[in-house]
Design a protein around this ligand. Structure first.
Ligand SMILES: [Zn+2]
Length: 315
């Protein structure tokens, strides 16, 4: 993709796909439509009377158990975090997402299929300046040993760490600095993961009905059930960064800051956003054009070329 960070972007044309929802197990069709400047990302439930529209905004979050769900007036859209991460990663600001069911398709459990869909749609630069949120002072949210800390930075950087008592996970830490190519290469392909005993519990609760080895990395007590193994040796922590980006995208604009996250999940991500927006002086909304150009080019990483076809199923 070729674009400037200073202006807003939408997709070049309408694209359609279909898949199943991870938690509902329901088949759903999803259409992405170009939208005007300052529209943001909005979801529309085509299967509900009046076809209500729900803004992808943190004020609309109604559930964070196992996935991020937005809703309004009793109508919900679940598991939005991976497609939201793809919009943020591809620097797409304005899209209308039409669904004929209550949940975004899970596809392979990563953001790669959504990114591929966005590449297929292309991008269109819009005649409006993009806003960015800059972290101005350090802010910390703790919950037991879990925490999220944000500090001023010259770009979007995140250091995420997790710890699970499993021989194939253990302690994983990954430091990542945003750049467009790096999102595709380092983060987008990392899949959702879970432990077999938790998956069985969730299924007994009526969740994870669409879950399978095609859309999640699943561990039993000793090993990995997926025949194909990992896409990255530290795939789990990379997926946590993907989830974090998807949840941060609910701020409605890119964020410039350094984040340190330990053992968090959707619920703590949401509480952190609430604390950030409720703390005066912690952050400022600026027009991207007024920010120093260097903050958009912070990661001197090699260029991503050739895609990741082995990771992406045909939509
Ligand atoms: Zn996820």
């Amino acid at each position: 993709m070729n674009y400037t960070y200073f202006q807003q972007h939408t997709i070049g044309r309408e694209v359609v796909c279909s898949g199943v929802g991870l938690h509902s197990g329901a088949k759903v069709s999803m259409k992405l439509k170009p939208a005007p400047a300052n529209f943001g990302i909005r979801f529309r439930r085509m299967d509900v009377c009046g076809q209500p529209v729900i803004d992808a905004h943190h004020h609309r979050v109604v559930d964070t158990f196992q996935a991020t769900t937005i809703g309004f007036d009793g109508v919900v859209v679940a598991t939005i975090e991976h497609v939201m991460a793809a919009f943020l990663g591809a620097a797409i600001d304005n899209v209308l997402v039409e669904l004929d069911g209550p949940e975004v398709p899970i596809f392979d459990g990563s953001a790669a299929p959504f990114l591929r869909l966005l590449w297929k749609a292309g991008t269109r630069r819009q005649n409006s300046v993009r806003n960015c949120l800059s972290i101005d002072k350090t802010i910390l949210l703790k919950d037991g040993e879990a925490y999220i800390k944000a500090a001023p930075s010259d770009g979007f950087r995140v250091r995420y760490a997790i710890e699970y008592p499993h021989p194939l996970v253990g302690k994983q830490e990954f430091l990542w600095a945003f750049d467009e190519d790096g999102f595709a290469r380092d983060i987008a392909g990392a899949r959702t993961f879970g432990f077999l005993k938790d998956v069985q519990k969730l299924q007994n609760m009526g969740r994870a009905q669409g879950g399978s080895l095609d859309n999640a990395v699943v561990f039993d007590d000793r090993g990995l059930l997926n025949q194909g193994g990992f896409r990255y040796s530290d795939e789990c922590v990379r997926h946590k960064i993907l989830d974090f980006m998807g949840d941060l995208a609910l701020m409605g604009m890119p964020i410039i800051g350094y984040f340190e996250v330990f053992k968090a999940g959707h619920t703590l991500h949401r509480r952190f956003i609430e604390q950030l927006t409720a703390s005066p002086g912690c952050c400022t909304v600026s027009r991207a054009a007024c920010l120093p150009a260097r903050i958009f080019h912070t990661a001197p990483l090699p260029s991503f070329a050739g895609g990741f076809p082995q990771m992406v199923k045909t939509l």
